[in-house]
Design a protein around this ligand. Structure first.
Ligand SMILES: [Zn+2]
Ligand SMILES: [Zn+2]
Length: 385
């Protein structure tokens, strides 16, 4: 069976998350999105773990309100690099905690800082029976390639690389040492809203949804990675993190990474990959699945209506459309004729433009997301913003 999975999310116990996130809300949001399996996130946190345990655990998967969850946590290491870890059972979490206990000072944080190196964390994760990989590997801060030039700092090979919202497999497969690594594309959602959940996800083939099958599927590589066009990500281009002015790598270097406004210039993922690249063009290994670019439906609706994404009208139209299928089906699978019947023409036209590859992106950078526009609007001077 094909399963849509998002392996990186957070609970309200992680910094930077605001809303009250509950397992129930996550389950609801994931269903509407069209996900079959999602991360619990923050599984080392006692409070969150208690809520997770309200679900029913079987074969390493927790079922809660009709959704499948897998135990995960994001950890910050002694070098401030973020890692994503997956665990098969509550016992393995206990074992992992036992190994790292003395190196962690902030158990109240959903994304704890553990004063170990990459290699030590990799060993600890494997000893506890879990999997580990670099989270948002190319982001200009708190990522592996922000501070290191090679995955060799793990000592051995991690189990996967998470591409992050500003990169796709075309980026990562320009780097030779990643050619034999499985790639994950996850949302890193800080909210249970289906506008955020599953904005990137993995489609994999499994016999059934169990830890063993998921582990095998991750190690084999995904059937499809689905996610943002890299330009949509907020760190795609080199840009100032205060005023978002974009720079070429050369300009930034000349400016000593200080913007005219006094802000700090952050190296974009595109430029970082250019530095690390072994190959001029991506070289995908034969087993690598396709990467499909997808955008949040809410953003497409907001764009079509010329309103902000948080507008109640967007939610209304989004819910209307959801009567014919979940969001992933609407974006990728359902016949356009059927969509035409379910939504006003402006929204239908925008979804059609997306399917035809006519939605373009003004690239993001410095912490600001890229913005979408439709090619024909510019050509026909219908560009209203
Ligand atoms: Zn992170
Ligand atoms: Zn600036």
């Amino acid at each position: 069976m094909l399963v849509n999975a998002d392996f990186h999310i957070h609970s309200s116990f992680s910094g930077g998350t605001s809303q009250r996130i509950t397992m129930k809300k996550l389950a609801e949001g994931a269903k509407k999105k069209g996900l079959d399996l999602i991360a619990t996130g923050d599984c080392l946190h006692e409070g969150w773990l208690n809520e997770i345990k309200e679900g029913k655990m079987e074969d390493g998967i927790i079922s809660y309100n009709g959704m499948n969850f897998i135990l995960t946590v994001e950890i910050e290491d002694m070098h401030r690099v973020h890692h994503l870890l997956l665990f098969p059972s509550f016992d393995s979490i206990k074992e992992f905690r036992r190994i790292i206990e003395r190196k962690c000072k902030d158990w109240d944080e959903g994304r704890p800082r553990i004063l170990l190196s990459q290699a030590e964390l990799l060993d600890a994760a494997h000893m506890a029976g879990g999997m580990i990989g670099a989270a948002h590997a190319f982001t200009p801060w708190t990522s592996l390639y922000a501070y290191f030039d090679s995955i060799s700092c793990y000592g051995g090979k991690p189990d996967f690389i998470e591409l992050g919202l500003s990169a796709d497999s075309d980026y990562a497969d320009r780097i030779e040492e990643l050619n034999d690594m499985p790639f994950l594309s996850n949302s890193d959602a800080h909210s249970p809203s289906p506008f955020r959940l599953g904005r990137e996800f993995n489609r994999m083939e499994v016999k059934e949804i169990t830890w063993d099958e998921v582990e095998k599927a991750i190690k084999r590589g995904m059937i499809t990675n689905v996610g943002f066009p890299p330009e949509k990500g907020k760190y795609n281009r080199t840009a100032c993190s205060s005023c978002y002015r974009q720079y070429s790598r050369e300009e930034a270097r000349k400016m000593k990474w200080k913007c005219y406004c006094g802000g700090v210039i952050k190296k974009g993922v595109r430029d970082r990959v250019e530095e690390l690249a072994t190959f001029e063009k991506p070289r995908h290994p034969e087993w690598r699945g396709k990467y499909i670019h997808m955008l949040p439906l809410a953003e497409i609706i907001a764009h079509a209506l010329g309103v902000h994404q948080s507008s109640s009208l967007v939610t209304k139209r989004w819910n209307e459309l959801l009567r014919i299928g979940n969001e992933i089906e609407i974006m990728l699978d359902i016949e356009l004729d059927e969509i035409k019947k379910a939504t006003p023409p402006a929204i239908y036209n925008a979804i059609k433009a997306f399917r035809e590859g006519k939605i373009k992106i003004l690239p993001g950078g410095g912490g600001r997301y890229g913005e979408i526009f439709i090619e024909e609007e510019v050509e026909n001077d219908l560009w209203y913003r």
